[in-house]
Design a protein around this ligand. Structure first.
Ligand code: ADP
Ligand code: MG
Length: 327
């Protein structure tokens, strides 16, 4: 596919009575890319996705796809498709008929439906299970049926609301690899809602961080991680300390803090907790002003000079790694 469809949100607001779920957000999604909408529960992610899909009305603003305003079109005419968190499969329909369901609604004849469903079954590697019912499938297989069912409409944009949250951690990691691969193969845009920063970092070309109904920061995954603009983004993305110094508020990555035995000339700290994490050890300490600083130390290095809660230690960092925050 060479057509590039770009999706744009123009001053989009969603209100439910007096609740402002989404407040005048602006964003242009990169065509043919994997975007994660990331933020804590209740920040407006699902409302945003549902407005794009047409399952929720837009209170103010507009949604453009390839330049046309789709805000008032019914879901099936938008060029988008949605995959739901609970998959919403029909329990009495076979895998094949679940996948072909939307074509049946459109009046496509049975022969054509089976051909198209067959292509989708192949795409998600479920050909052998076409005649099963949903409850005869594992969670991962059900998820692939839900994906195929959304993709059979040939959407320009696939919308996924927390698609991995029902899976166990092992399967979640495997399925996210499959989602990423599928997006690359199909060349369409995926917009994936998640509250997990690790999931967003693993999948996204671009991350859109939402907080309290607004977009707090958007950009390539590495930029958002390495250059958080606000205290919220630094804390929510994880892997950073937020430290208030006399000259302002800064973020510093936990792996950019080094630890030595306590001695003069270093920033002194008291160890509060030590967590063994396999490849590394996470050392939580307090510096003056009751501020918490976490240092991530590679495990072999840590165990040459282990520390206990209560120990006095020295913390060091290179000033060039201090990243100023605006709020
Ligand atoms: P998220 O997906 O980020 O958890 P939502 O978009 O579901 O957030 O919700 C954003 C806000 O809108 C929350 O305060 C939520 O309680 C409210 N909300 C969501 N859906 C409805 C609804 N149908 N009616 C009223 N309030 C809603
Ligand atoms: Mg949600």
């Amino acid at each position: 596919m060479t057509l590039k469809h770009d999706l744009e949100l123009v001053d989009v607001t969603k209100r439910y009575g007096s609740t402002v779920a989404v407040e005048a957000i602006q964003h242009r999604f990169q065509p043919s890319s994997y975007t994660c909408l990331l933020g804590p529960s209740g920040c407006g992610k699902s409302s945003t996705l549902r407005m794009i899909a047409g399952h929720e009305s837009v209170t103010e603003g507009s949604i453009l796809l390839s330049g046309r305003d789709i805000s008032n079109l019914p879901p099936a005419q938008r060029g988008t498709a949605m995959m739901f968190q609970n998959y919403a499969l029909f329990p009495h329909l076979s895998v094949r008929d679940n996948i072909a369901f939307s074509l049946k609604m459109k009046g496509v004849d049975v022969k054509e439906r089976h051909i198209k469903a067959g292509e989708m079954l192949e795409l998600v590697d479920l050909t052998a299970l076409a005649d099963r019912l949903p409850d005869q499938l594992s969670g991962g297989q059900q998820q692939r049926v839900a994906l195929a069912r959304a993709l059979i409409t040939r959407p320009e944009v696939l919308l996924l609301d927390e698609p991995l949250s029902a899976l166990d951690p092992f399967l979640r990691i495997r399925m996210r690899g499959e989602l990423k691969k599928l997006q690359k193969e199909l060349g369409i845009s995926f917009i994936h809602v998640t509250h997990g920063q690790d999931e967003a970092l693993a999948l996204a070309d671009e991350i859109v961080v939402m907080n309290d109904a607004v977009i707090e920061q958007a950009g390539p995954a590495r930029d958002v991680f390495n250059a958080p603009k606000t205290r919220f983004v630094a804390q929510f993305m994880g892997g950073h300390n937020v430290i208030s110094l006399p000259n302002g508020c800064f973020a510093i990555r936990t792996d950019a803090v080094t630890v030595t035995a306590h001695k003069k000339g270093t920033l002194s700290a008291q160890v509060m907790a030590v967590e063994y994490q396999g490849t590394h050890v996470s050392l939580m300490s307090h510096i003056s002003g009751d501020q918490e600083v976490t240092a991530i130390v590679p495990e072999a290095e840590y165990f040459t000079t282990p520390h206990q809660p209560g120990d006095q230690i020295g913390l060091h960092w290179d000033a060039k790694n201090l990243h100023p925050l605006t709020a």
